[in-house]
Ligand binder design. Structure first.
Ligand code: ZN
Length: 437
């Protein structure tokens, strides 16, 4: 028994478990079905928080959970839970600590013109895993739950992870209700229109979980390139995002000699090269990206007076992010001084790295070995709901390969065999935590 309370006890992981094969589980069919809610003109899926496609999808999924015997229930935020009630629910375990449910799931919302696997895979796999376990083993000892989180992407309102933040109590509705979408609709209005919020009949979102497991597509190329079936997530990277402003002097492109110029764009170009060199020198898993640049006045025959570029730095260790930023800032200052340019910067985002639960990581590795699946311990370079859950309860993430690493795109694709590998690992883990005796 560990202190974090993931287990009832250990020792049953090797119990014979009739695991499903592709023909027995409607994983692909259910993903295809769910993708019809919010199917867009680009051949992808667009389901934004509380919009009509989102409402229809959550409603249809609730009906599906009902069919499968998973007693569906919404909370005030619109998170949808399906529950397989444990025989010992409400009782104290041998350690005197009440065992909280083990929860799996992911998010229902998508980006605009997204794919059909991001988020949906973890939700669908969770529903089918619970159905499978109930069918073959009956009620678990410990309550198992699947959650279809209402929002993760931040695609409608400028705020991400609303589903998991509302569950963990990290953010209250008051903190976001004033936010507006691009049509000027407030968060408060949208949640009410969708039938949720504090005036609805649903219970508040805040809730204690015993453990959280998220199955998700990798959204990168690492597993495919290295030829592994499963990614065991070690950490979710931390991030810092900045906007860097370089100021020079607008001048005539024909009459200003090169040596007299204060060219903001040329200075920015040198700084961007420094970003790349510093990141390469720091080595993996550090990544740094300049994805956007604007020049002012932005005219072909005028030396640029101002250039503004974005900077995104990610790593699994906070000190590495901080060191890298300091190195870059030093390089920017040197370049600005050499070229007689002004330099200004603003930090937009700072997220600390989150390591996943060590014991759950080792359980996933054991499970992969039992399943004879090759796995790779890797950081997640993208943010996920798991980083919100981990500080509140033991949390782990399982990745499956994404074809060509493409995601947030209608071309997002994971082969059914790969989907099944992740599914089998999830079933085994839920069995261990829910039925271990
Ligand atoms: Zn996702």
């Amino acid at each position: 028994m560990n202190e974090s309370g993931v287990y009832r006890s250990s020792g049953t992981n090797n119990a014979p478990l009739p695991l499903p094969n592709v023909e027995q589980v409607e994983l692909q069919a259910m993903l295809d079905w769910l993708s019809t809610y919010g199917a867009d003109a680009q051949g992808g899926v667009t389901r934004l928080l509380y919009d009509s496609a989102w409402c229809e999808a959550q409603g249809a999924l609730a009906a599906k959970m009902q069919e499968k015997g998973l007693s569906p229930e919404f909370d005030q935020s619109g998170n949808l839970y399906g529950t397989l009630k444990g025989e010992g629910e409400g009782e104290e375990s041998a350690t005197g600590v009440e065992e909280l449910p083990v929860v799996t799931g992911s998010h229902m919302d998508t980006v605009v013109y997204g794919g059909k696997y991001d988020g949906a895979y973890g939700v669908v796999a969770g529903v089918l895993a619970l159905e499978y376990l109930q069918k073959h083993f009956g009620a678990p000892k410990r309550t198992l739950q699947v959650v279809s989180l209402c929002e993760e992407e931040g695609s409608r309102f400028p705020f991400a992870y609303w589903g998991s933040r509302s569950i963990t109590g990290m953010t209250a509705l008051e903190a976001v209700e004033h936010l507006k979408d691009q049509d000027g609709v407030t968060f408060a209005q949208a949640i009410r229109d969708a039938g949720f919020g504090p005036d609805s009949a649903y219970r508040p979102a805040a809730k204690n979980y015993g453990a959280f497991i998220e199955l998700h597509i990798e959204q990168g190329q690492v597993l495919e390139r290295l030829g592994h079936s499963i990614g065991v997530v070690s950490d979710i990277v931390g991030q810092k995002r900045f906007s860097i402003t370089v100021s020079g002097e607008a001048n005539h492109a024909g009459t200003t000699p090169m040596s007299w110029r204060k060219d903001a764009l040329a200075g920015a170009a040198e700084m961007i090269t420094a970003v790349r060199n510093i990141a390469l020198e720091a080595g993996e898993p550090l990544v740094a990206t300049v994805g956007r640049i604007t020049a002012d006045p932005g005219v072909g025959n005028v030396v640029a007076a101002r250039a503004v570029f974005s900077l995104d730095i990610r790593h699994i260790r906070q000190e590495s992010i901080d060191r890298c930023w300091q190195d870059m800032l030093q390089a920017f200052s040197r370049i600005a001084a050499e070229q007689q340019l002004g330099l200004d910067w603003e930090e937009h985002l700072s997220v600390t790295p989150i390591p996943m639960n060590a014991e759950m990581i080792s359980d996933i590795q054991d499970t992969c070995e039992q399943e004879q699946l090759s796995y790779w311990l890797m950081p997640s370079g993208a943010g996920h709901d798991s980083q919100i859950f981990q500080p509140a309860c033991p949390t782990a993430m399982i990745f499956v390969p994404s074809q060509d690493g493409i995601s947030h795109n209608p071309l997002e694709y994971t082969a059914e065999a790969d989907l099944m590998h992740g599914f089998r690992v999830l079933v085994r883990l839920l069995y261990k935590y829910g039925y271990g005796s």
